[in-house]
Design a protein around this ligand. Structure first.
Ligand SMILES: Nc1ncnc2c1ncn2[C@@H]1O[C@H](COP(=O)(O)OP(=O)(O)OP(=O)(O)O)[C@@H](O)[C@H]1O
Ligand SMILES: [Mg+2]
Length: 365
C-alpha cells in the first residue's frame, strides 16, 4: 500500500514534535510518510526540489506558495482559532490530533474524489461479482456496499444483491417509506411464470446512492427456504434484464445452497481475509474444497484474495502460509465503533475499493 507523503511546515518545533510522535505511535503510522520543517529556508528548498507531496500542512501564513506547485496535491492550513467555515481548507491546530488527522485524510480524499470521475466503458454484458469470506465479519458487506457505490459513481449500472440470512440493508440504504421486495420470494417459489414481469417492480432504489437492491424484510427462515434453483433463477432473471453492468452479491461466510449457487454463477469472487491465522487457515482449506463442491477445477482462477484491515505489513507467520494475497484494503480506525450509516462512507476505503474494481475491469470481467 502506497504511503501518503505528508509535509508539515510549522515554525513551532514543539508542535512538530507532538505531531510526528503522535503519527509514529498511532494506527496511522503505516499510512503516512511524514516530513517536517520549522525553518523557512529548508522548507523552500524542499518545495523547489519538486518532490511529489500528497498533503501539505502549513501552520504559518508567512510563506506563500505559487499556484504552479502541481506536485502538491492538497494544501491545508493549520489555524490557531476555530475556523468559522470548516469547508475552507483551514483546520483548527489545537484539536485532538486523532481528530485532526481524520479531517486531513477526509479533505485529501474528498478533494481527489471530486475530480470528475471518468465514465467507465460498459461492456454491454452483466458480470456477477460475489463478495465472500471463509470466516464471518471479514468485511464482506462493507466491501460489497463500497464496490457498488464506486461502480455507480464511475457511471456503471450495478445491482446490490444481499443474500445474507439476515441482511443489514436498513443500515446501508434509506429504506424509510420503501415497500418491501418480499413478494418476490412468493413469485420465486410459487409463480415463476410471472417472475419476469414482476421483477422490476420489486426493485428498490436508494435515494442517496441511487443503488438498486431488493429490500427483503429480515427473515433467516425465508432466506433458508430458498433452494438452489430459486437462487439461480433470481440471478439469471436479474442478468436477463440487460440493465446492469454488474450484480454485486453480498454473501454469508458459510457453505449452503445459496452460497454455492452464487459462487457457481459468479464471473468473479472477491474473497476477503482478516489479518489472523484462523482466517488464513480456513481460506486455504475451503478454497481448495470448493473446487470439488462446485465441480470446477479452475474455480480459484475466478477468485481474488483480498486482505482487509491491512495496516501496512503482514506478519511473516501469515505471509509464509500457502495463501497468496492478491489485493489489500486498508484498516479504518474510525470503524472501531460503527454506530451510524454516515460513518460508512469512508473516502480512504472507497479509494482502495475503486482500485480493486479497476483490477477486474482490466481482466474483462
Ligand atoms: N477495513 C476495515 N477497517 C476497520 N474495520 C472494518 C474494516 N472492514 C470492516 N470493518 C468492520 O468490521 C465489522 C464487520 O464488517 P462487515 O459487516 O462488513 O463484515 P461481514 O464480512 O459482512 O460480516 P458477516 O460475516 O457478519 O456478514 C464492521 O463493524 C465493519 O465496520
Ligand atoms: Mg455481511
Amino acid at each position: 500500500m502506497k504511503k501518503l507523503r505528508l509535509v508539515l511546515f510549522d515554525p513551532d518545533m514543539e508542535y512538530i514534535e507532538l505531531f510526528t510522535n503522535y503519527i509514529r505511535s498511532s494506527e496511522h503510522a503505516a499510512r503516512f510518510d511524514v516530513k517536517s520543517f520549522s525553518q523557512e529556508g529548508s522548507f523552500q528548498q524542499y518545495i523547489e526540489n519538486g518532490e511529489q507531496t500528497d498533503i501539505l500542512l502549513k501552520a504559518t501564513n508567512d510563506f506563500h506558495l505559487n499556484e504552479e506547485h502541481t506536485h502538491i496535491e492538497t494544501t491545508l492550513h493549520l489555524v490557531e482559532e476555530t475556523p468559522e467555515n470548516s469547508t475552507e481548507k483551514n483546520l483548527f491546530k489545537y484539536q485532538p490530533l486523532g481528530q485532526l488527522i481524520t479531517q486531513v485524510i477526509a479533505f485529501h480524499y474528498e478533494r481527489n474524489g471530486k475530480k470528475e470521475k471518468k465514465k467507465m466503458q460498459s461492456s454491454g454484458e452483466t458480470s456477477v461479482i460475489s463478495v465472500y469470506s471463509a470466516s464471518g465479519g471479514a468485511g464482506k458487506t462493507t466491501t460489497a456496499f463500497h464496490l457498488a457505490n464506486e461502480m455507480k459513481q464511475n457511471g456503471l449500472e450495478v445491482f446490490y444483491l444481499n443474500l445474507e440470512l439476515i441482511n443489514t440493508n436498513p443500515f446501508l440504504f434509506n429504506v424509510e417509506d420503501k415497500s418491501s421486495s418480499s413478494p418476490l420470494l412468493y413469485y420465486l417459489k410459487s409463480n415463476k411464470d410471472q417472475l419476469p414481469s414482476k421483477l422490476e417492480d420489486m426493485i428498490v432504489v436508494d435515494d442517496d446512492t441511487s443503488i438498486p437492491f431488493f429490500y427483503f424484510l429480515p427473515s433467516a427462515e425465508e432466506m433458508m427456504d430458498l433452494n438452489e434453483q430459486e437462487i439461480q433463477l433470481l440471478i439469471e432473471q436479474l442478468v436477463a434484464l440487460q440493465t446492469y453492468d454488474y450484480i454485486v452479491i453480498d454473501l454469508d461466510s458459510t457453505i449452503n445452497s445459496t452460497v454455492l449457487t452464487a459462487l457457481k454463477k459468479s464471473d468473479h469472487v472477491l474473497w476477503l481475509l482478516s489479518n489472523d491465522m484462523y482466517s488464513f487457515y480456513k481460506t486455504s482449506y475451503l478454497l481448495e474444497e470448493l473446487h470439488g463442491f462446485l465441480n470446477d477445477g479452475s474455480f480459484s482462477d475466478r477468485v481474488t484474495l483480498v486482505l482487509n484491515r491491512y495496516t501496512g505489513a503482514v506478519d511473516p507467520k501469515l505471509a509464509d502460509t500457502a495463501v497468496e494475497i492478491d489485493s489489500y484494503l486498508p484498516y479504518i480506525p474510525e470503524w472501531k465503533q460503527l454506530v451510524s450509516k454516515e460513518q460508512l462512507n469512508n473516502p480512504v476505503f472507497a479509494e482502495y475499493v475503486e482500485k480493486l474494481m479497476h483490477t477486474f475491469q482490466k481482466v474483462g470481467v
